[in-house]
Design a protein. Structure first.
Length: 762
């Protein structure tokens, strides 16, 4: 079945246009043919009219000359001479079958020799001849009289009458020539009409206001009586008259006066459609109509129609063929483009576009139960950053091949992007699912041999179930993502979504919602935890933010900082921390006259903001804080991301006089090259190491190694989470410089910090 796409829309538009043009062409062809016949009939009608006029003029001249000759000296009374003259007339004018000369009272004075003289009669006493005889007496021109059936000739004849006058204009007699009105051998044979054309000569209204046909070229012996003996129907005459007026846009009298040839279409007395060229002869008061059947137009048009139809069908077939080829090509391209749009270029796996396009069809096959699995590779980013994207891409291709070999055609495997994949898994038993996922993790964790190197990665998998956990695809994706992050905490493991996670999500949503108004509602404040030198003097403080909300109560920074980073609120929150810390510590320093270090934790996301440094310098200028007393704490995870951007930025910060501390060293994947490349002045040992140094020899050795590494790079060493004198003793023996923890003080508000500093004497 042809898909009704844009190509076929164009096709149907062109088809409709072609059909319209074809119909228009046919219409124009028809009108051209029709116009041709109209022009042709007008042309021939004009020729016929002039020919008839010329012939009648010739007969009128003959009658005038002959009448004058016969009346001169009463020649008509000399039978021998008259007979000779009339015989000569008949011989020279074979169309004249009879001639007579009558006095003004209608008495026959003379007839041709071919007619017995005893058959003479009075013209005025005959109803058929008296009207036109009287008309001839009054007219200066020859009168073409109404035809009648001659009792003598047994044929239809037309009398041509001409009054003979003397020099003073007195009518002496009427000369009459009788001509045959028949189809063959008749008076009008000289016109030599083709069989396709018919000539109609109609006498204008008589004294009884009737119109009779004088001559019709298509009459037969059987039809003559009905045609010539009866007047034309008034309705038909009115119809023709109206058509003449409409066609010419002139008054009827004007048409008669100008003798213009006008073509019209009408139905004759037999209901046959005709095209007629009609003109009026005002000398003889005749309407001359040359007609051709309308069927001739249709016959010629039909021939052209079938030729045009054949051309149209051939052209249309070619158009269909071309559009089928174009459509086939477009569909192939569309399939290719759709495949490209719906599949990942690197791995050839379906992508999210494909997932959203096909998920509804997939769900119809699994209406009762299915799983959504969110897969994320562990340690992939480190490999990508260290060995380059080419190695990373090859690992992703290999991972994709392993995934494709593991899942069946009933499952939908999708590359989410980066090192994340999504799987819609058929609804198998939950225990079987867990077993399969465990096998999948083992498969993905196997060694990758790329470019003569061996790589190991893990996979964290989050799973949500339809319809137990959620019913919409979007919510299932969100829940499986949540479960994946839970699995990520353990690395290389899987986690099924639980109600506890849903509760955590709800809490996080509340935190996000309330955090948006925390600054405006004055719910945030800063606390400061002292940092003590190894000689027990004050080194400085670390600024820590706190938040208490009416709805949520006290919310720890470990919860809301992460959410602020995920939602983009960290920019506003980070600016609050920097400005308030600088302002409050500067106030304390001026109040007590004691100047000490201030450490501020900087979020990775905040640091990557384009205007981070300009904002920091602006706040320093506003508060008047000494740059040399400020330390920015960054986590080691920063160095893994966008090192090309971070290194110049940190160098610019360091050049301004601000110190940089690497926080939580040893908890991530940092290397010694990080310490060498970044302009770090301080190294902080995480509390998780400090907690174990008293009972775990390996942890103690690790801490000592960290301190030695820092010393080798000329860095100050800060130990976090110090809670006992014994820990301090071990750390001092390891040459640690600075200590921070509850052993010395908990984080203090500005007021409490002033009291603390006053107590220890700075």
């Amino acid at each position: 079945m042809i898909r009704f796409n844009n190509i076929w829309k164009v096709f149907w538009i062109l088809s409709l246009g072609a059909v319209f043009l074809f119909i228009l062409l046919l219409y124009l062809n028809y009108k051209n043919i029709e116009n041709k016949y109209h022009l042709e009939i007008e042309h021939y009608a004009d020729i016929i009219s002039k020919s008839v006029q010329a012939n009648f003029l010739q007969k009128e001249t003959v009658l005038s000359v002959l009448g004058d000759k016969l009346m001169a000296n009463d020649t008509y009374k000399n039978e021998k001479l008259s007979a000779k003259i009339l015989n000569t007339l008949i011989q020279e004018n074979p169309s004249i079958v009879d001639f007579n000369l009558a006095d003004t009272k209608g008495n026959i004075l003379l007839k041709t020799s071919s007619i017995n003289l005893k058959n003479r009669f009075n013209i005025l006493k005959n109803e058929l001849t008296s009207v036109n005889f009287q008309e001839a007496l009054k007219s200066k021109q020859m009168i073409v009289s109404r035809g009648y059936l001659s009792s003598e000739l047994k044929q239809w004849v037309i009398p041509l009458r001409k009054a003979i006058r003397d020099s003073s204009g007195k009518t002496l007699a009427v000369a009459t020539a009788i001509v045959l009105n028949s189809k063959n051998g008749g008076y009008f044979d000289y016109l030599r009409l083709s069989s396709a054309k018919a000539l109609l000569i109609v006498k204008d209204y008589d004294s009884q206001h009737k119109i009779y046909v004088s001559y019709h070229s298509e009459t037969s012996d059987n039809s003559s009586q009905s045609i010539y003996a009866n007047p034309l129907p008034a309705e038909m005459l009115a119809n023709i008259k109206n058509k003449l007026i409409r066609k010419n846009s002139k008054k009827f009298n004007t048409i008669e006066e100008t003798e213009e040839v006008i073509s019209i279409e009408h139905a004759d007395a037999f209901g046959i459609d005709k095209i007629a060229g009609i003109t009026y002869n005002k000398r003889y008061h005749l309407w001359i109509s040359l007609e051709i059947e309308k069927e001739n137009v249709w016959n010629e048009f039909t021939n052209i129609f079938f030729i045009n139809l054949a051309i149209f069908i051939i052209g249309y077939s070619i158009l269909i063929f071309l559009f089928r080829n174009i459509n086939t090509s477009e569909e192939r391209k569309n399939r290719e483009l759709t495949h490209q749009a719906q599949h990942d270029i690197l791995t050839s796996l379906p992508n999210r576009t494909y997932m959203y396009a096909e998920i509804e069809e997939w769900k119809k096959k699994h209406p009762h139960k299915y799983y959504v699995m969110y897969l994320d590779l562990d340690n992939f980013k480190n490999i990508n950053d260290k060995f380059g994207h080419t190695i990373g891409d090859e690992i992703l291709v290999e991972v994709s091949q392993r995934l494709k070999s593991f899942f069946t055609s009933e499952d939908m495997l999708v590359r989410q992007g980066g090192d994340e994949f999504i799987v819609f898994k058929e609804g198998i038993d939950e225990k079987e699912l867990e077993q399969q996922v465990a096998e999948l993790i083992v498969l993905i964790s196997k060694i990758y041999h790329i470019d003569n190197k061996e790589f190991r990665i893990g996979m964290s998998v989050g799973i949500a179930q339809y319809p137990v956990d959620a019913r919409s695809v979007e919510e299932l994706l969100s829940l499986s993502d949540t479960a994946m992050y839970e699995a990520k905490k353990r690395k290389n493991s899987y986690c099924l979504f639980s109600e506890k996670m849903r509760y955590t999500n709800m809490i996080n949503a509340d935190i996000e919602s309330e955090l948006r108004g925390a600054i405006e509602n004055d719910e945030l404040w800063m606390v400061y935890q002292p940092q003590i030198n190894s000689d027990e003097t004050l080194y400085g403080v670390e600024a820590l933010i706190r938040w208490e909300n009416k709805k949520l109560g006290f919310v720890g920074p470990d919860k809301f900082i992460i959410i602020a980073e995920e939602t983009g609120l960290i920019r506003e929150l980070g600016n609050f921390i920097m400005l308030h810390s600088l302002r409050e510590i500067k106030s304390i320093q001026e109040e007590l006259g004691v100047y000490f270090e201030l450490s501020i934790n900087i979020s990775v996301i905040q640091l990557m903001e384009d205007d981070f440094l300009s904002n920091l310098l602006k706040y320093i200028e506003q508060t008047g804080f000494e740059k040399g007393l400020l330390t920015l704490e960054i986590t080691e995870s920063l160095s893994i991301k966008n090192l090309d951007y971070v290194l110049p930025l940190l160098s610019e910060i360091r050049d301004s006089g601000i110190q940089i501390s690497l926080d939580d060293f040893g908890t991530g994947y940092s290397s010694l090259s990080i310490l060498r490349d970044l302009p770090i002045t301080e190294l902080k040992i995480d509390k998780s190491f400090v907690d174990k140094i008293l009972y775990d020899e390996s942890e103690k050795i690790l801490v000592e190694s960290i301190i030695n590494i820092g010393k080798n790079f000329n860095m100050k060493i800060v130990a976090e989470g110090v809670e006992s004198q014994d820990q301090i003793k071990v750390l001092k023996n390891a040459n640690c410089d600075i200590f921070q923890g509850y052993y010395y003080s908990k984080p203090l508000t500005k007021h409490n910090l002033i009291e603390y500093l006053t107590k220890i004497g700075g």
